[in-house]
Design a protein around this ligand. Structure first.
Ligand SMILES: CC(C)(COP(=O)(O)OP(=O)(O)OC[C@H]1O[C@@H](n2cnc3c(N)ncnc32)[C@H](O)[C@@H]1OP(=O)(O)O)[C@@H](O)C(=O)NCCC(=O)NCCS
Length: 154
């Protein structure tokens, strides 16, 4: 069980995990082709980190754009855990792993989370992310995204 950078062989399992989540349904509306295009591009840029089990099965996915926030700070694009594996600490583990990598080089990590996504907001708040401001109609009309930031203290 470990975390590694994903490659093109992981494409199908990543797409499946996201497709089976509320996030996939909400933002990609079961448009698998669109999701595949997004993931392929992220794989080429080596932006996707996955948590696999002992059989190399993908259990959780995190995408980071290294300068995705204002062309300066890292932006966590998404974090999704396989629906059967939630509540076991995998989301926390992936995020902490990424923070350790990123905080060596940067003081701030940004992300956006939908106001509908109460579980994810609670997870981010527990890990020290602070809500900064909110954008209405950002990804979708009628929905609000909260900008959260975690800052290194030193
Ligand atoms: C948000 C998400 C990534 C969290 O992953 P996870 O591996 O379940 O996270 P953890 O186990 O580390 O912590 C989840 C929290 O919910 C609790 N929990 C228990 N059972 C759970 C379940 N079946 N599903 C979700 N959370 C559960 C955990 O105890 C923990 O407690 P907390 O609310 O105090 O933080 C996961 O729920 C998910 O993939 N959601 C769909 C995609 C999404 O919305 N992603 C976030 C926006 S990018």
């Amino acid at each position: 069980m470990y975390i590694r950078i994903a490659d093109e062989l992981d494409l199908n399992s990543i797409v499946k995990i996201i497709n089976n989540s509320k996030l996939g349904l909400r933002y990609f509306e079961n448009d698998t082709n669109k999701l595949e295009r997004v993931i392929k591009t992220a794989l080429e840029k080596k932006e996707i980190h996955i948590r696999v089990d002992d059989n190399n099965k993908c259990l959780g996915v995190l995408q980071v754009n290294h300068d995705g926030a204002f062309d300066k700070y890292p932006y966590i694009h998404f974090l999704v855990v396989h629906e059967c594996e939630r509540g076991k600490g995998i989301g926390t583990e992936l995020l902490r792993y990424m923070e350790d990598v990123l905080h060596e080089k940067t003081r701030k990590i940004f992300l956006l989370v939908g106001t509908w996504n109460v579980e994810a907001q609670r997870l981010y708040a527990r890990l020290g992310y602070r809500a900064f401001c909110a954008f209405d109609n950002f990804y979708k009309l009628g929905e609000t995204e909260v900008l959260m930031v975690k800052e290194r203290m030193v």
